[in-house]
Design a protein around this ligand. Structure first.
Ligand SMILES: NC(=O)c1ccc[n+]([C@@H]2O[C@H](COP(=O)([O-])OP(=O)(O)OC[C@H]3O[C@@H](n4cnc5c(N)ncnc54)[C@H](OP(=O)(O)O)[C@@H]3O)[C@@H](O)[C@H]2O)c1
Length: 287
């Protein structure tokens, strides 16, 4: 890597903060962490100026519009940040010879599959967030065709920020019983594991661009995830399984989100942790 600069955008989100934690174990790498306040990816002039001045060798884009339900009523903002702004970053990378590592989502799929989703499977998003993220994938590959690596991930949680694990812990403390959807299947992703996978790719002997799927190993429903969280915190809260139909939300969710991770593990010789052990690690940090 030499002492090449690595720009991390959206650095105060879940993934960005996990990268900040991990960066302390890689003192030889020159990370530049920027969040919305210091470098908005939706500002193409700021992006161009930044790239011209700092000439990062890598850009890891952790910035995104992630409010899935709100995106239904804020379509323009979602498409600006998840779509066009990714295009601005990809263009700046292309103009300065930088590699782009961008994060996308299982929500680009319609959820109708019954077998783990591969990178080559057809996309067909069923909500605005998914459509905006798919547009970001398209723009990233279009504007920086030879040096873009996209990782689609699912059900991200971490000790930082708001996520399912944090919400469940709060609700289990507040209420005697909760209802959790049991007919949406996937695998959670501990953002610290995803951050480690990105660092693994960055420090690999060769950079092989393209589209990859990454989540933790295993297959569960949100209900089963909630049961494991309850066990992890030693709660006695009653957890009841409910169908999605009983939990209406503005944005539709795919009912099947499980990603096939064989391409990223084979290409980068990457060992992927099981969701159970990662959940225990994360709860240990939060609780
Ligand atoms: N969370 C999930 O379950 C999930 C699932 C699949 C894929 N992903 C993808 O994984 C990636 C990381 O997600 P995450 O969970 O870490 O998201 P997150 O915690 O919501 O973080 C996103 C960060 O991006 C920042 N941001 C928003 N607009 C920006 C802009 N114009 N310029 C710079 N920064 C901006 C946000 O700042 P503000 O807080 O100020 O808005 C926030 O700090 C995203 O690409 C997301 O789409 C997430």
């Amino acid at each position: 890597m030499g002492n090449k600069k690595i720009l991390v955008t959206g650095a105060n989100g879940q993934l960005g903060r996990e990268l900040q934690v991990l960066a302390t174990s890689f003192p030889a790498l020159d990370f530049l962490f920027y969040d919305r306040a210091t470098l908005s990816i939706a500002d193409p002039d700021a992006i161009d100026t930044f790239f011209a001045r700092e000439r990062p060798a890598y850009c890891i884009n952790c910035a995104a519009y992630t409010a899935v339900d709100k995106a239904e009523s804020e379509k323009e903002s979602a498409f600006l940040i998840n779509g066009d702004a990714v295009g601005y970053l990809a263009t700046a990378c292309h103009n300065t010879g930088a590699r782009l590592i961008h994060i996308s989502t299982d929500y680009v799929f319609d959820g109708l599959s019954e077998i783990p989703l591969r990178e080559t499977d057809p996309t067909d998003p069923i909500n605005t967030y998914g459509a905006s993220k798919l547009e970001g994938e398209r723009q990233a590959f279009q504007h920086n065709p030879h040096a873009t690596l996209i990782i689609r991930t699912s059900w991200v949680y971490s000790e930082f920020g708001n996520n399912f694990v944090r919400t469940m812990i709060r609700l289990m403390k507040e209420r005697p019983s909760i209802n959790v959807v049991s007919d949406q299947v996937g695998s959670p992703t501990y953002a610290a594991d995803l951050a480690a996978a990105i660092l693994h790719i960055l420090t690999a002997p060769s950079f092989i661009p393209g589209l990859y799927h990454y989540s933790n190993e295993g297959r569960i429903s949100w209900y089963e995830f909630a049961l494991a969280i309850r066990e992890g915190i030693g709660s006695t809260c009653e957890v009841n399984p409910i169908p999605t139909a009983q939990y209406p939300t503005p944005a539709k969710r795919p009912r099947f989100s499980l990603l096939d991770k064989s391409l990223i593990s084979a290409t980068y010789h990457l060992a992927i942790p099981e969701w159970q052990s990662s959940l225990v690690t994360c709860i240990g940090k939060m609780h």
